[in-house]
Design a protein around this ligand. Structure first.
Ligand code: NAX
Ligand code: K
Length: 472
């Protein structure tokens, strides 16, 4: 039932395995409200809520069984349906022969949880400051129903179990699942089993690292897929009749810091563009880049073969940037707008302009959209709607949003991307993907996927140039 599971007992280093932060690819993401709506739709379609809880508990038991590998398990149950999942898991684990204890924070407060508690035929301890630990702790205290931070007393009780292996049911308790609050869980999880769909908090900072490795138990919910995790990178081989212009032509406008635009141009080539022209560039990292003086470059803007124009890398705000942005907007070609070019273009975007991808990092986003509130996903969506453009809201928890409501959350990226010049590379890769034609959101998703995959394959010691230097 669960996806992406690896057997802990086979791992040479369980501790290293525990610390891995991964999420299932191309998986649905739902807010708590959307989750409840999906649950209601399931019930209307004839799958009872108790059946959903039974499936959830079975998935928890399955993962716990393998994580415990024969060692005793302590299941902590809260008052709501998250606790109900815990009681179901306890019953099923015991039936499989596992050594299970259950400790409850409070009596069950929902009908479903009461029924699940009643079906558990073992003892229930009160979860207290002296509750004895076990090698595996299953955290079924609170899920998407958490409405306020955990009390200091409960937080202290949970912190006592730090260092044990922890399996969190749906979310680590204490996390607000929609990503609206930065509450951190007192007991971070090695593995979090998301039920029905991933939740924003699994994929956004600061909560995502506390979820550890995230697995998904679909439990039969028909989750809509407008919000999802990063899909696998599609295989890309040029068609047999490809030529340099059919693979996409990208223009890169250079500002005063010429190395940045050079990196973008090299990235566009490396990501598959057939022909890349760099305006007024300095020494470019690849000699296959066509460097042109400003006048010749401007004449290119009208070339019908141009698939995308990149502007912003190495180009601080000012009159020169405003003029450059004005020219590329007038050209009516698909655009990648990075850094200060985003703010310069914003007043004109969405008013009949061509498709655009904006690539702000945190500071640039705050300058361009200072009034937006909510989770990073909500802010990215609001910015995309306002700009009528695709927004890649960069960071370790990059979020890609389209004006029509589609979202991809790209956590976990690669920590090696946190170094100068990688944003210039991403802008160039976006140019290559956009120049192929097709949907700008799909292009942005492919660009982020390319960037992360490349960074992961390089790993330790990565500098931005490495992302574009070689094909492998
Ligand atoms: N939505 C679905 O489709 C399914 C949900 N299931 C489970 O149900 C969970 C949601 O259940 P609930 O909505 O009952 O919510 P929870 O079980 O997350 O918690 C709600 C309860 O906790 C109390 N509470 C909230 N914050 C508190 C705090 N800080 N301190 C003390 N008490 C607090 C509430 O008053 C309520 O009694 C999911 O996370 C998942 O584990 C599963 O059973 C399977 C299906
Ligand atoms: K939980």
């Amino acid at each position: 039932m669960t996806k992406g599971w690896g057997n802990a007992s086979k791992s040479k280093s369980p501790q290293a395995w525990d610390r891995r932060m991964t999420v299932p690819a191309d998986a649905p993401i739902l807010t708590a409200d959307a989750m409840r709506a999906a649950e209601a739709a399931c019930a209307a379609a004839g799958v009872s809520l108790s059946e959903l809880m039974e499936r959830a508990g079975a998935a928890v038991a399955d993962v716990a069984w393998r994580m415990a590998a024969g060692a005793p398990v302590l299941i902590l149950c809260g008052p709501g349906n998250n606790g109900g999942d815990g009681y179901v898991a306890a019953r099923l684990l015991k039936a499989r022969g596992a050594k299970v204890r259950v400790a409850a924070l409070a009596p069950p407060a929902t009908d479903l949880a009461r029924a699940a508690r009643a079906a558990w035929d073992g003892p229930v301890e009160a979860f207290a400051p002296d509750t004895a630990p076990a090698p595996l702790i299953v955290d079924a205290l609170f899920g998407v129903g958490l409405t306020r931070p955990l009390s200091d007393e409960w937080s202290a009780m949970l912190r006592r179990f730090a260092g044990r292996r922890v399996l969190a049911v749906d979310v680590p308790s204490g996390i607000e699942s929609d990503g609206l609050q930065d509450w951190l869980p007192p007991l971070p999880a090695a593995v979090t089993l998301a039920l029905g769909a991933l939740k924003p908090a699994h994929l956004l900072l600061p909560t995502a690292p506390a979820c550890g490795r995230v697995l998904l138990a679909p439990i039969g919910i028909d989750a809509e897929r407008r919000m999802r995790t990063l899909p696998p990178l599609p295989p890309e081989t040029p068609t047999a009749d490809a030529h340099k212009f059919s693979r996409g032509m990208v223009l890169v406008r250079a500002g005063p810091m010429k190395g940045a635009a050079g990196l973008s141009a090299a990235a566009a080539l490396r990501a598959g563009a057939g022909y890349v022209v760099l305006e007024d560039g300095g020494p470019a990292p690849l000699s296959a880049i066509i460097a042109e003086a400003p006048a010749a470059f401007r004449a290119r803007l009208d070339d019908p073969r141009v698939g995308a124009i990149v502007v912003g890398p190495g180009f601080p705000a000012g009159d020169a940037l405003a003029a450059a942005v004005g020219e590329v907007l007038d050209a009516g070609k698909p655009l990648v707008l990075d850094a200060a070019a985003i703010g310069a273009a914003l007043p004109r975007l969405g008013k009949g302009t061509a498709a655009a991808i904006l690539t702000p990092h945190e500071g640039e986003f705050a300058r361009a959209f200072p009034d937006l509130r909510g989770s990073k996903i909500e802010r990215a969506l609001a910015a995309a709607r306002r700009a009528q453009a695709v927004v890649i809201y960069k960071g370790a928890d990059t979020v890609i949003a389209a004006p029509d409501g589609r979202v991809v959350a790209a956590w976990p990226g690669s920590p090696w991307l946190a170094t100068a010049g990688t944003g210039d590379v991403l802008a160039g890769v976006c140019g290559a993907m956009l120049a192929r034609g097709g949907d700008a959101f799909d292009a942005a998703v492919a660009a982020v996927g390319w960037h992360i995959a490349r960074a992961r394959s390089i790993g330790r010691g990565l500098v931005a140039d490495d992302l574009v230097k070689t094909a492998k």
